[in-house]
Each structure stands twice: as structure tokens, then as C-alpha cells.
Design a protein around this ligand. Structure first.
Ligand SMILES: NC(=O)N[C@@H](CC(=O)O)C(=O)O
Ligand SMILES: [Zn+2]
Ligand SMILES: [Zn+2]
Length: 347
């Protein structure tokens, strides 16, 4: 019998995840804590996390869902609105909030209270730059005349290009990038701009979602693009550049809300995210680059220490669950019922 291939990595962190709230936390928090030591917690709750007080209360609810003995640190983020003030930023910084999230209003799930015009928050961005509170962006424009497949590229041209010039000292992350354009822009910009890449954007392109039937479980925002973009993302993630790091964008929705005439956007990957990244990196013969992407580039960008412990993956096929409990509903995780080649083993 041959020994299965194993891969031991410094424990990774997830720089973009949705845990939701209340009874969802008993699924999402243990799933995240099983692999990741820290995670950046997205603030798009209903109502959103718009103040330091909200963030502290939300952090306490997350902490109470951490399984005994697990080591997991939620890193909290404020949701920017047109009305977020410089005082809100100072209070957030004092409360340990590390970043604020820009959702252009209407861009994605629970973004209705987001920013309607970037110019409205220029004073807020000044305050973030001053206090070193990072700017995380859902980088898509929302005008109805802009094609959904072009929304990320046009955000870069119309908004991001100006932001990096106007706020040269503000650390920014273009979240869940989906295009060659984004990968190239980030790679060639200043060291203050980084980007997260999801496992699903590395594994899939729009054909997976639309050929042979419409598959709502692949629907997320920004939407999967054509395969040349998937290839560019694979190159960016596995190329060793320190500007790209792991952010799952794991986003739970009940099965009935996705399998619907108007299905909602988001893929649940937290239960096996590192395993899916390993699969993507292996497809590029680049498993040796996974540790940098998953465990080093993120903390280095955020100015936080790298983790001291490790996780181990073993090449041992297993079957992903068909469904998982989400509060009083169930969700269908990405890859439900499929075979995953890599498996996480506890160290
Ligand atoms: N990515 C998604 O498709 N959905 C996310 C929101 C987001 O990250 O844009 C969600 O909260 O469900
Ligand atoms: Zn988003
Ligand atoms: Zn997200």
C-alpha cells in the first residue's frame, strides 16, 4: 500500500467569510474554526454592523458559538453607509475593528444600506487612512445599464483607480476577485492594495453554472466569469505574489432560497474550503504555493503575526454532505454529495 500524499501547512486564516447570526452560528462558526485560526467577519447582517457597539455585540455572539477547546479569533469589520462618520471610525478603531467594508448599494446580498456614491464617504476614508482601518471592497458597479459580467472591471476603472491615487496610505483589499483585469490591476498597483480569491472562482467558470442546465448553487457575486478569467485567477493565486490571499467568501443561504425562481447569491464552502483550494492548486501543480497564499500573505498584509500551529491535508477521497443544518432550515453546500480528493486531518 502506498502512503497517501500529505501536506502540512501553517494554520491558515480566512480573510473574507460570512457567518450570519444567531442560530446560523452553530454551523458556520465550528466549520470556520475547524480549519482557520482567524477570520474576517463580513458585516452584511440585517440590520448591518454599522457601529463599534454592533461589532462588539456580534463578536460576543460569535465567540459563544466557538466549540470548546477550539482556537478561533473573529476579526470584526464595519459596514460603510453614506452616513458612517469619522467619529464612527475612531470608535471602531478603539474597539479593535480592523477594517470597514464598502458595499456599493445594491451590489450583493444585504447591500441595500451600502454606499450610494463613493464621494459621500471621502471624509470617512480620510479617517480610515489616519487610523489605519483597512478598506475592504465588494468591487462591482451597480448601474442597471452595466452588464453583470463587466461590473468588476468597470468598478476598477471608475472607482478603484481613483481611490488608490486619492488615498495612497490606505490599505485596501479588493475582495473575491473574479477577472483577469482585477488580477492584473492588483498585481501592478502599490503594495497597499491586496486581493482575496475564493476557492469557487479558482475551481469554476460560468460554463459550470450555465451549460446543461442552470445550477443555482454556483451562483455567487461577483458572478463566475469565462474560463480565461478563471485561468488568470489560478495563475495569480499560485504565482507566489504576496498580494493575493485566501478569502473563502463562504456565504450560507438556505437551499430553498437558492433553488428558487429568484435564487440568491452565495456559495457555502467553509466546511471544506482548504480542501477545495488544495484541489485548485494541485490542478496547477502548485501545492508548494498553497501555504503562502493560505497562511502567510494575509497576515503579512494585515500586519498580524503568522499562526504557530499547523493543519494537515491528506489525499484521501471523501463524500461531501448533501445538506447541512442552517438554523431551522438546511443548506446545500457547494460540492454537495460529490467526492472531494483532499481531506483535512486534525493535528
Ligand atoms: N458573495 C455572494 O454571492 N454573497 C455574499 C455577499 C458578498 O460577498 O458579496 C452573501 O452575503 O451571501
Ligand atoms: Zn461581496
Ligand atoms: Zn462575501
Amino acid at each position: 500500500m502506498t502512503t497517501p500524499q500529505t501536506l502540512t501547512l501553517t494554520r491558515p486564516d480566512d480573510w473574507h467569510i460570512h457567518l450570519r447570526d444567531n442560530d446560523a452560528l452553530s454551523l458556520t462558526v465550528p466549520d470556520a474554526a475547524n480549519t482557520f485560526a482567524r477570520a474576517i467577519i463580513m458585516p452584511n447582517l440585517v440590520p448591518p454592523v454599522t457601529t463599534a457597539e454592533h461589532a462588539l455585540a456580534y463578536r460576543a455572539r460569535i465567540e459563544s458559538a466557538i466549540p470548546p477547546g477550539a482556537n478561533f479569533e473573529p476579526l470584526m469589520v464595519l459596514y460603510l453607509t453614506d452616513n458612517t462618520s469619522a467619529e464612527d471610525i475612531a470608535a471602531a478603531k478603539a474597539a479593535g475593528v480592523i477594517a470597514c467594508k464598502l458595499y456599493p448599494a445594491g451590489a450583493t446580498t444585504n447591500s441595500d444600506s451600502g454606499v450610494t456614491d463613493i464621494k459621500k464617504i471621502y471624509t470617512t476614508l480620510e479617517a480610515m487612512q489616519k487610523h489605519d482601518v483597512k478598506l475592504l471592497m465588494h468591487g462591482e458597479v451597480t448601474h442597471s445599464d452595466i452588464d453583470i459580467f463587466d461590473r468588476e472591471k468597470i468598478f476598477i476603472d471608475r472607482t478603484l483607480r481613483h481611490l488608490v491615487k486619492d488615498f495612497p496610505e490606505l490599505a485596501m483589499v479588493l475582495e473575491h476577485i473574479t477577472t483577469k483585469d482585477a488580477a492584473e490591476f492588483v498585481e501592478s498597483a502599490t503594495s497597499k492594495l491586496g486581493a482575496t480569491i475564493t476557492a469557487h472562482h479558482l475551481l469554476y467558470n460560468r460554463n459550470h453554472m450555465l451549460v446543461g442546465g442552470i445550477r443555482p448553487h454556483y451562483y455567487c457575486l461577483p458572478i463566475l466569469k469565462r474560463n480565461i478569467h478563471q485561468e488568470a485567477l489560478l495563475k495569480a493565486a499560485t504565482g507566489g505574489s504576496t498580494k493575493f490571499f485566501l478569502g473563502t467568501d463562504s456565504a450560507p443561504h438556505p437551499t430553498h432560497a437558492k433553488e428558487s425562481a429568484c435564487g440568491c447569491a452565495g456559495c457555502y464552502t467553509a466546511y471544506a474550503a482548504l480542501e477545495m483550494y488544495a484541489e485548485a492548486f494541485e490542478s496547477m501543480n502548485a501545492l508548494d504555493k498553497l501555504e503562502g497564499f493560505a497562511s502567510f500573505h494575509g497576515p503579512d498584509f494585515y500586519g498580524l503575526p503568522r499562526n504557530n500551529d499547523t493543519v494537515t491535508l491528506v489525499k484521501e477521497p471523501w463524500t461531501a454532505p448533501d445538506s447541512l443544518p442552517l438554523g431551522t432550515s438546511t443548506l446545500s453546500p457547494l460540492r454537495a454529495g460529490e467526492t472531494l480528493p483532499w481531506k483535512l486531518v486534525r493535528n
